[in-house]
Design a protein around this ligand. Structure first.
Ligand SMILES: Cc1cc2nc3c(=O)[nH]c(=O)nc-3n(C[C@H](O)[C@H](O)[C@H](O)COP(=O)(O)OP(=O)(O)OC[C@H]3O[C@@H](n4cnc5c(N)ncnc54)[C@H](O)[C@@H]3O)c2cc1C
Length: 465
């Protein structure tokens, strides 16, 4: 069977996915509604347009985002290749000239003999093999089609992100472990108690902090159940104390009920990160750091992510997706990109790559196991499929998504990163080797290397470049 795969959405994910498929000999119909019909954030008709920042995050090989890039390059990623061609100086980040980048991706796809570009909106879910990669600003018709299939309660239209802090920098002497009313395991949360003066100072600081202006299309996005903290603070001095900072059901270890509390919920299985529950915010990032460090125990906090509120269409992936990004309800439909609940250009492209890879292998008769969860690509899929469906939130790639290292020795931050990267490299090579047995046609160019050469993943990938 070599029917074309319908890839809907020519953004970061759709473009990478179409490329991976076509490079594996699979014909593709790539649907992009722009420029005829645009989104509130896109400005051009180019494929893979970057709507905001021009950065694809860190290129440091020992940063999770750097590792993800190298894994993608190992599979011949179009997005990373085009980004390197269009790179502009940005320290350790990979930032691009956005027009050059988008034009380069567009050109590569337009001239590919196996890709047919349809400049039209797709309003229905296809019947055959298809990939939905319509992004955070999916057109209303397509959102409706997904809602009909998945149920409205599993499709979100906004994203309110609470800040995340690294556990290492918390002052545990000022925090206490407890769950509200001792529910759950009793120690699921770290709690930062505030006395009256601390609370009032915090409330004042939130009120005075500068916030980022809203885009027009975001004006309607304030849902009562999900208000940013500065919006709550504006409604009255006690609103936060009756909202996300409510102390009910919590007692400090000496039996006192605090005046107000900030709850920190474990973000990963390794307890290396915590999110500040209900602390979605539109405060400017510098302001947010300053204000949040007023919370007792967070004075030295380092932020893995800051709070945000913006429009974002994504599904409850732990309920609906399997490791191969197939919809459980309609397995011939795969989802890729931000609509799966990953966050960011890089991560969206990475999921597009995986969908294209798996479907391309399947079309050539190869039954591939899912990539190991110890790789960056596998860790992203793990986040989408194994997170709690009740608390599912989009995520960037970070080492907190990886399974913890085995072995008793305590590693410092640098050693831990090095060990995680090395483990990912080994896992990727083992996956390739397992696949390659008895499968001559399979070519993962980026991973091929002379086994006699001492090399790590980074060198392997650069050789392939
Ligand atoms: C306002 C805003 C700011 C952002 N800023 C950043 C940032 O600074 N850094 C970052 O990493 N990420 C940012 N993001 C997230 C970013 O958009 C995504 O990470 C990334 O673009 C997602 O890739 P994608 O392929 O899933 O979606 P997109 O890149 O958005 O691609 C989806 C494509 O599908 C098309 N489409 C939609 N519906 C249909 C349809 N029915 N038929 C045909 N085509 C359709 C759209 O026109 C679009 O081209 C931002 C998002 C928004 C909304």
């Amino acid at each position: 069977m070599n029917d074309p795969v319908e890839v809907i959405g020519g953004g970061l994910a759709g473009c990478e996915c179409a490329w991976q498929l076509a490079e594996r000999g699979v014909p593709v119909r790539l649907w992009e509604m722009r420029p005829k019909r645009t989104t509130p954030a896109h400005k051009t008709g180019d494929l893979a347009e970057l709507v905001c920042s021009n950065s694809l995050r860190s290129d440091d090989p020992e940063h999770a985002a750097g590792l993800l890039k190298r894994e993608m390059e190992a599979f011949g990623s179009l997005i990373i290749r085009s980004a390197r061609h269009a790179a502009v100086p940005a320290g350790s980040a990979l930032a691009v000239d956005r027009d050059r980048f988008a034009r380069s991706v567009t050109k590569s796809l337009e001239i590919h003999p196996l890709i047919r570009l349809e400049r039209r909106e797709k309003t229905r879910l296809p019947v055959g093999d298809a990939v939905i990669a319509t992004g955070p600003l999916t057109s209303p018709e397509m959102s409706r089609a997904l809602t009909e299939l998945l149920g409205g309660e599993h499709l979100y239209f906004y994203d309110s992100i609470a800040p995340i802090v690294d556990a290492e920098d918390l002052d545990l002497a000022k925090l206490f472990r407890a769950s509200r009313y001792d529910k759950g395991d009793g120690d699921d949360y770290l709690n930062a108690p505030l006395d009256r003066d601390q609370y009032l100072a915090f409330h004042r600081a939130v009120l005075d902090a500068e916030v980022t202006p809203l885009h027009d299309f975001e004006q309607t996005l304030f849902f009562e159940g999900c208000l940013p903290i500065e919006e709550l603070a504006r409604r009255g001095v006690d609103t936060l104390r009756f909202g996300p900072m409510k102390p009910v059901g919590l007692r400090t270890p000496d039996g006192q009920r605090p005046y107000a509390v900030v709850q920190l919920r474990q973000e990963d299985l390794a307890r290396s990160r915590y999110n500040l529950v209900g602390f979605q915010s539109r405060m400017k990032w510098g302001e947010q750091k300053r204000v949040l460090r007023m919370i007792p125990g967070l004075e030295q906090a380092r932020f893995a992510r800051l709070g945000q509120v913006h429009r974002n269409t994504f599904i409850n992936s732990p309920v609906h997706l399997n490791r191969f990004y197939r919809l459980k309800a309609r397995p011939r439909i795969r989802l890729a990109g931000q609509i799966t609940g990953v966050e960011g250009y890089l991560e969206s492209a990475a999921t597009g790559l995986l969908v294209g890879l798996y479907l391309g292998l399947e079309r050539s008769g190869v039954s591939a196991p899912a990539l190991p969860i110890t790789t960056a690509l596998g860790a992203l899929a793990r986040h989408l499929t194994e997170s709690s469906s009740k608390r599912f939130q989009p995520a960037n790639i970070n080492f907190g998504l990886f399974p913890e290292l085995e072995g008793g020795r305590k590693l410092n931050r640098g050693e831990r990163k090095e060990a995680l990267v090395e483990r990912a490299r080994r896992a990727l090579v083992a996956w390739r080797d397992e696949l390659a047995h008895g499968e001559e046609r399979l070519s993962l160019d980026g991973l091929e290397r002379d086994p006699t050469e001492p090399s790590d993943l980074i060198e392997v990938v650069q050789c392939a470049g």
